[in-house]
Design a protein around this ligand. Structure first.
Ligand code: GAL
Length: 418
């Protein structure tokens, strides 16, 4: 069922939920999320424990599947059944979609008391607020244009990090020569899209990313630069292993950690897996911006939207939102998760080199106007357009569409989804 198709049902559901909410334990949050990998679960534990210390019980509703598409299906089912969870992990345009249905709680009083307006970057506030009101508490800022490289394999290949796609190809050839899977990739639409958006940024630069992905300019979606993007995707596919199809992202990260693969293009949640495996940046792995994208950041921020369930549950929801924005928590959580703080006033002291780089890159990109939303993670386009684009990208990567056909289909798919 489409998110918009259940708008009416959702309005009714909110009412039912208010009644149900009153019956719920006074100090409990039920949290729907997709943080089920080792690194993700470790980060979530920081929040769970923080709330438990404050006497707020945690009812876990994990729905496995990177980037949350399975979680979103579960959420729609819960709302349709009139029993929404109290707090939900959401990304970008999905926040707007739910808020539009009138099911979000209003966090204005808390945000005002704690001065969120001054410390949460505007790029996030665009999504944490709806119609001028705070509806969600952003927990982090991730970014997708990263490359994670096995340090031993890199050293064996000469130690030079690639700064453009041609150098990346040379490095991948060297990894192949070492008998490794050169590029660890999981063939699912959001991962294909995560790779594709980094290639778009590298190939055309930030202005092209804006034109094609943010403005959906039909000429940019089907022109020569986009042809190069699709050609590069076809080339990169030749460096995957035969079992890439359908593989979860963390299993690909594990291949690089174990030295079976050379590198992975992935958001910085990947670092959470490295840290869980007791690996150190600079010693065991190297984090660089995806070759050719230094200076720009494609961001996605996890946010907890509170559903308007009213009653006693509200107290626990506010406690959770307040805990999430606590600067000490922002450090404790994000150093484990691989992301950077969602507040601008947090010191980078406790972060490792990749974290420090992430924070510095973010500041640079936001001052230069090259901080842009990730398509694959819901910050560039609403779900319908995102999915239509991912469909074309995946079909092309799987060889079901030629580059020529993909160039024709991409603007068509966007137009049809608008
Ligand atoms: C992203 C999310 C991250 C991360 C990743 C893989 O969409 O923002 O927190 O966990 O999915 O599941």
């Amino acid at each position: 069922m489409n998110i918009r198709m259940i708008a009416k049902l959702a309005a009714g559901a909110a009412l039912i939920a208010m009644t149900a909410g009153a019956a719920k334990a006074a100090e409990q949050v039920e949290v729907l999320h997709w943080w089920t990998s080792g690194g993700e679960a470790a980060a979530l534990n920081v929040l769970k424990e923080n709330l438990q210390k404050q006497g707020v019980a945690w009812k876990d509703m994990p729905v496995a599947g990177g980037a949350g598409s399975a979680a979103m299906t579960a959420l729609r089912a819960r709302v349709t059944a009139g029993d929404p969870p109290t707090a939900v992990q959401l990304l970008g345009f999905d926040l707007k979609d739910w808020a539009e249905m009138g099911v979000a709680a209003n966090l204005d009083d808390l945000a005002k008391k704690e001065g969120w307006d001054k410390v949460i970057p505007a790029a996030l506030q665009n999504f944490s607020k709806y119609d001028g009101h705070w509806i969600a508490a952003p927990v982090n800022i991730h970014s997708t244009n990263w490359l994670w490289i096995n340090k031993a394999a890199l050293d064996k290949a000469g130690g030079k990090v690639p700064t453009n796609i041609a150098e990346l190809i040379t490095l991948l050839d060297a990894f192949k020569g070492q008998g490794l899977t050169a590029l660890a990739h999981g063939g699912v639409p959001w991962q294909d899209g995560t790779l594709w958006e980094a290639v778009v940024l590298s190939t055309g630069g930030p202005d092209f990313y804006k034109k094609a992905v943010l403005d959906l300019d039909p000429a940019a979606l089907s022109g020569d630069t986009m042809k190069k993007v699709f050609d590069t995707m076809s080339k990169l596919r030749t460096y995957f292993d035969p079992n890439f199809s359908g593989r979860e992202w963390n299993l690909s990260t594990a291949l690089v950690i174990e030295g079976k693969a050379g590198a992975q293009e992935m958001g910085d949640w990947s670092k959470g897996e490295w840290l869980r495996a007791n690996k150190k940046p600079g010693t065991d792995f190297v984090c660089i911006r995806f070759p050719g994208t230094q200076g720009s950041v494609l961001f996605n921020a996890d946010q907890f939207m509170m559903f308007n369930v009213g009653g006693d549950a509200e107290k626990a929801q506010f406690k959770m939102a307040s805990a999430v924005e606590d600067p000490a928590f922002q450090i404790a959580f994000n150093t484990v998760k691989g992301s950077v703080p969602a507040r601008t006033d947090v010191s980078n002291e406790k972060f490792d080199d990749c974290g420090k780089k992430g924070m510095a890159d973010l500041t640079e990109a936001s001052s230069k106007g090259t901080l842009m939303g990730s398509l694959a993670h819901g910050y560039a386009q609403p779900a319908a357009i995102k999915e239509a684009m991912l469909d074309v990208i995946t079909q092309h990567l799987n060889g079901q569409l030629t580059t020529e056909a993909a160039l024709k289909r991409l603007p068509e798919a966007v137009k049809a989804a608008k």
